[in-house]
Design a protein around this ligand. Structure first.
Ligand SMILES: NC(=O)c1ccc[n+]([C@@H]2O[C@H](COP(=O)([O-])OP(=O)(O)OC[C@H]3O[C@@H](n4cnc5c(N)ncnc54)[C@H](OP(=O)(O)O)[C@@H]3O)[C@@H](O)[C@H]2O)c1
Length: 331
C-alpha cells in the first residue's frame, strides 16, 4: 500500500466479512474487530499503523476498539488513530464503529482512575479531542469499581449518550453479578447496555460459567478480547521465539516464560488446527465464533499478514464434537 496516494477502500469489502447483531440492539458488528491496545503507540511505525487499519477496513472490519490509556504512552494510540482518521478515513466515518473506554489509571491524583463521574466525563472529553471526533460509537467503563456506587458510574454512561458524546455504552471486565446490576440500572435509565467486553480464549474460558448465559438472556452483546491469548494461540512461537514478538519485546503483559509453559499445549492444538485445514490463529478465532451469543472477536495485530490470516477464521466456525473434546482434553 502506498504511503502517498490517497486511500480508497476496497469496493468489495462488505462481501469479505459477516456481521452479527449486537445483543438485541440495532447495531451490527463484524465477526472480527481490530483493537489498538498494542502496536499503535508513539514509538510504533506510523505507516504500519495506517496499513493495519486500511487492511482491516478493506476486509470488512468496520470496528476499531480503543481506550484512553492505549499506547504507550497512554493516549498515544488515540492520537495516532485521530491522525489516521483525518488522513485516510475522513470520508468513511459513517462506516466505522469506534469505541473508547475509561476505568484504568490515566492521570495523577484522585480524579484520574476508576469509575467516578468526575473521571469518566473528563476522560471521554480528552479521548474525543485526541481522536478529533464529536462522538464515539461505543463508550465503555473499562473495569468495575467497587468503591464508587454503581448508580453513579452507570448514570454517567447514560449521561454521555444523552449528551450525544457516545451512541451506545458498554462495560468491560465485569463479573456476572456486577454486570447484572449494571444492566438493570441502565435499563431503568432508558439506555440499555449494548455490549460486554470480556477476555475469552481457548486458554481462558471463565465466561462460560455464568456470564455468557447472562448476556444471552439479557440481550446484551459480547465482544471477546485477546482471542489468541496475545499471540500464544498461533503458530508464531512453535519454532522458537521471534525477536519482534510481544513475548520477546519488553511487554509487561506477556513474557517468554508464559509462552514456554504453554508450548506443549500450543503444539497439540496446532495439530488439531492443521487437521481442520486452519492455522492455529484461525482455529482459535473460529472456536470463539461458534457460539452465537458472541457478537465479535476482538483481535490485535502487528502485521497486515496477521489480519489476512486471522480473518479467514470466519470461513469455518463449525466444530465436531470430537474436535471440541480433543481441545478440552489438551487443556
Ligand atoms: N477491555 C480490556 O480490558 C482489554 C484488555 C486487553 C485487550 N483488549 C482489546 O482487545 C484487543 C486485542 O487484544 P490482544 O492484542 O491481546 O489480542 P490477540 O489477538 O490475542 O493478540 C494479538 C497478537 O497476536 C499476534 N497475532 C495476531 N494475529 C496473528 C496471526 N494470525 N498469527 C500469528 N500471530 C498473530 C500478534 O502478536 P505480535 O505483536 O507478537 O506479532 C498480535 O499483536 C486489544 O487491542 C484491545 O482493543 C481489551
Amino acid at each position: 500500500m502506498s504511503k502517498k496516494l490517497r486511500y480508497t477502500a476496497s469496493v468489495d469489502r462488505y462481501k469479505k466479512m459477516n456481521y452479527r447483531r449486537t445483543g438485541k440492539s440495532g447495531l451490527l458488528l463484524p465477526e472480527i474487530s481490530l483493537g489498538l491496545w498494542q502496536n499503535f503507540g508513539k514509538n510504533d511505525d506510523f505507516y504500519n499503523q495506517r496499513d493495519l487499519l486500511k487492511c482491516a477496513f478493506d476486509n470488512g472490519i468496520t470496528h476499531f476498539d480503543l481506550a484512553n490509556n492505549y499506547g504507550p504512552p497512554p493516549g498515544s494510540a488515540e492520537e495516532n488513530f485521530g491522525k489516521i482518521l483525518e488522513k485516510d478515513f475522513k470520508s468513511y466515518r459513517d462506516e466505522l464503529i469506534i469505541s473508547s473506554k475509561a476505568g484504568y489509571g490515566m492521570w495523577e491524583g484522585p480524579y484520574g482512575d476508576l469509575g467516578s463521574k468526575k473521571f469518566l466525563v473528563a476522560s471521554l472529553d480528552q479521548s474525543l479531542q485526541r481522536m478529533g471526533l464529536e462522538y464515539v460509537d461505543i463508550f465503555y467503563h473499562h473495569r468495575p469499581d467497587y468503591d464508587t456506587p454503581i448508580e453513579e458510574t452507570m448514570g454517567t454512561l447514560d449521561l454521555m449518550v444523552r449528551q450525544g458524546k457516545a451512541l451506545y455504552i458498554g462495560i468491560s471486565n465485569y463479573q456476572p453479578e456486577r454486570a447484572k446490576q449494571a444492566f438493570k440500572i441502565l435499563q431503568d435509565l432508558g439506555t440499555p447496555c449494548l455490549i460486554h467486553q470480556p477476555r475469552y480464549n481457548i486458554f481462558d474460558r471463565w465466561i462460560e460459567n455464568e456470564l455468557l448465559d447472562l448476556l444471552g438472556n439479557s440481550g446484551v452483546g459480547a465482544i471477546c478480547f485477546s482471542p489468541l491469548a496475545q499471540g500464544m494461540l498461533s503458530n508464531k512461537y512453535i519454532n522458537g521465539l521471534p525477536k519482534d514478538s510481544r513475548a520477546v519485546k519488553d511487554s509487561p503483559f506477556l513474557n517468554t516464560n508464559q509462552v514456554l509453559e504453554k508450548l506443549p499445549k500450543i503444539k497439540k492444538l496446532n495439530e488439531i488446527a492443521q487437521n481442520r485445514q486452519q492455522s492455529l490463529a484461525q482455529m482459535a478465532i473460529s472456536w470463539i465464533l461458534k457460539d452465537h451469543r458472541i457478537t465479535s472477536v476482538l483481535i490485535g495485530a502487528s502485521k497486515i499478514e496477521q489480519i489476512l490470516d486471522s480473518i479467514k477464521a470466519i470461513q469455518n466456525t463449525h466444530f465436531s464434537e470430537e474436535e471440541l473434546n480433543n481441545i478440552k482434553e489438551i487443556l
